[in-house]
Design a protein around this ligand. Structure first.
Ligand code: G1P
Length: 299
């Protein structure tokens, strides 16, 4: 008899330990990941994206003050009972959805020493299986799935995969930036080098890392010795740069994302994200769009 091992399931790791200082005072007592984007907290979009890609296990690396995130993904029996009594199935569905989406695990980061450090904390949870790191500031439109392609490239090439997007050269200093080589697939590139938040003049390209990574266990020993970099933080970009440069280590590929991405990391982009997403919604768009046109004409 032949036994076939089921391929181990990919897990998601979401670092959510940031202080959200750009949104103070809103984030004084509320984690920035809980700020609503239309009517859902930003982090729920990211969990839904993971679930849509077949991921059921989500590890959140949290900081202090993040209890609201844990509560959001838990059930609230009193509220559910009230809504059941009222017969309000729509609202009941909304309340239940976030607690039934996925298995959410929480791990405290301890000292906030940067994204690379947060990811290194996931080691015992993910074990030897490739895992998706998903940053809460980047929302990927559900109509343009990105993770499935990254998982496919990881499986094909047995490599780490990062998501890249072309940005205006003036914006590159806000992102990790990749130097790449083309492959046969126009949406896939081989990553040769990486630099975290370069000045415009020093950037090797206009390809920015957006917050999705498909990593393999080989990242952990590298993260262990990655020295603090930009902002005196242990940068995931620096660890990936080392992996990409080392011919003995696994390769790093990039998937070029050409779909709709919303940045909720700063105030202006957050407002734009809400307006764009609300405009596309059937319940809000038909009223919002003509109002937006009038408003735009009046300013
Ligand atoms: C992080 C990464 C950066 C990446 C960005 C994507 O930076 O360090 O390489 O381009 O996320 O959103 P942060 O925006 O957390 O400063």
């Amino acid at each position: 008899m032949v036994f076939r091992m089921e391929p181990a399931k990919i897990k998601a790791v979401m670092p959510v330990a940031g202080l959200g200082t750009r949104f103070l005072p809103a984030t004084k007592a509320t984690p920035k990941e809980m700020l609503p984007v239309v009517d859902k907290p930003a982090i729920q979009y990211v969990v839904e994206e993971a679930v849509a890609a077949g991921i059921r296990d989500v590890l959140m690396i949290i900081g202090r003050n993040k209890n609201a995130i844990a509560n959001h993904f838990d059930s609230v029996p009193e509220l559910e009972e009230k809504l059941t009594q009222k017969g309000d199935d729509t609202k009941l569905g909304h309340v239940q959805r976030s607690s039934e989406l996925a298995d959410i695990h929480l791990l405290r980061q301890g000292e906030p020493k940067g994204l690379g450090h947060a990811v290194s904390r996931a080691q015992s949870h993910v074990g030897d299986t490739p895992f998706a790191v998903m940053l809460g500031d980047d929302l990927i439109d559900e109509r343009n799935p990105l993770l499935p392609k990254m998982i496919e490239v990881n499986e094909q090439k047995q490599a780490m995969v990062i998501a890249l997007m072309e940005v205006d050269p003036d914006q590159i200093s806000l992102y990790g930036c990749a130097s790449v080589e083309a492959t046969d697939d126009p949406d896939v590139v081989k990553v040769l080098d990486l630099v975290e938040k370069p000045a415009k003049e020093d950037a090797p390209s206009n390809l920015a890392i957006i917050g999705r990574y498909l990593l393999t266990k080989e990242i952990f020993p590298v993260l262990e010795h990655t020295a603090p970099g930009k902002g005196n933080e242990i940068q995931l970009t620096d660890a990936l740069k080392e992996v990409a440069a080392d011919p003995e280590n696994v390769d790093v590929y990039g998937v070029i994302f050409r779909g709709r991405r919303y940045d909720t990391g700063d105030k202006l982009d957050y407002i734009k994200a809400i307006v764009q997403l609300a405009s596309d919604r059937d319940d809000l768009g038909p009223d919002l769009k003509p109002w937006l046109k009038d408003f735009a004409a009046s300013i």
